[in-house]
Design a protein around this ligand. Structure first.
Ligand code: MLT
Length: 264
């Protein structure tokens, strides 16, 4: 079922009496990147997947976003839907949002799944790259930026064997509002570093990372894993940065095993 909460596009499915899982997508994607997980987990969980402000069907408005405002949006969705102790599952930028949410309102979550993400803020080189991205969108439009950015997210197996799917993803993201994409880049550029809080995470946490992920590589996620008390870490075969799309079977089975252990 589609809902609108504070202008945001929110997709909910499954029995509302079941434990909620909130899926928070990466940049520059939308909630449909979780379609294989939603199909699987809506059988036993109440799945909530929304489009982050400025991406997909959630309007960009003035495009002035921060990680904090993204977490405000997540909090509002949780409150509006009256979600109690959710499983929070975020990928990459969705992971940045999740990590800050875990820092800011830990009482709202039951367990966490962090996919292909990192706790460190952007370094100077990273900030300059974001600035160059914004400049490129301003001068060339969104499509060329999206083509390079999205292509870079996927691993070699996906790029070689699933070219049509990749083209469809690029086409979809190229149609997003450029103001929203630029707002997302600014929010990531200005986000805080959540590394110091990793040791304070008290809930069971699963970290997964594609073996071919070059943006948030396994070595980076393994370091995060060592800083979280009740954590597990799994590398996903034949996948780059977009594990839920690239190897949904392995991701679903990792999530299922983890959730079975911690939920019931
Ligand atoms: C994402 O997938 O959300 C982005 O790669 C995150 C980033 O650019 O830092």
């Amino acid at each position: 079922m589609k809902k609108t909460i504070n202008d945001l596009f929110v997709y909910v499915t499954g029995d509302v009496k079941n434990k909620p899982i909130i899926f928070v997508h990466g940049f520059p994607y939308d909630h449909t990147m979780w379609k294989e997980q939603i199909a699987e987990f809506s059988k036993d969980y109440f799945c909530v997947a929304y489009d982050i402000r400025g991406l997909g069907n959630s309007p960009a408005g003035n495009g002035q976003f921060t990680m904090e405002s993204f977490v405000d949006d997540l909090e509002l969705i949780i409150d509006e839907l009256k979600l109690d102790k959710s499983v929070l599952c975020g990928l990459s930028m969705g992971g940045y949002i999740s990590l800050r949410a875990l820092e800011r309102m830990p009482e709202k979550f039951f367990s966490a799944i962090l996919c292909d993400t990192r706790s460190e803020a952007d370094n100077n080189e990273g900030k300059l790259k974001r600035a160059a991205g914004i400049k490129r969108i301003n001068t060339e439009g969104l499509a060329p930026f999206v083509r390079d950015f999205v292509t870079n997210c996927f691993g070699d197996d996906f790029k070689k064997n699933r070219k049509e799917e990749l083209e469809k993803i690029i086409e979809k993201s190229s149609g997003f509002d450029p103001a929203g994409a630029k707002g997302g880049l600014l929010a990531m550029l200005s986000r805080t570093d959540t590394t110091a809080s990793l040791g304070k995470i008290k809930i069971p946490t699963l970290l997964i990372c594609g073996e071919q992920d070059t943006l948030t590589p396994p070595s980076v996620m393994r370091e995060m894993f060592h800083k979280i008390n009740k954590a597990e870490f799994l590398e996903i075969n034949k996948a780059g940065h977009m594990t839920p799309i690239e190897n949904p079977n392995e991701v679903n089975s990792a999530l299922k095993t983890f959730l079975k252990k911690v939920t019931y």
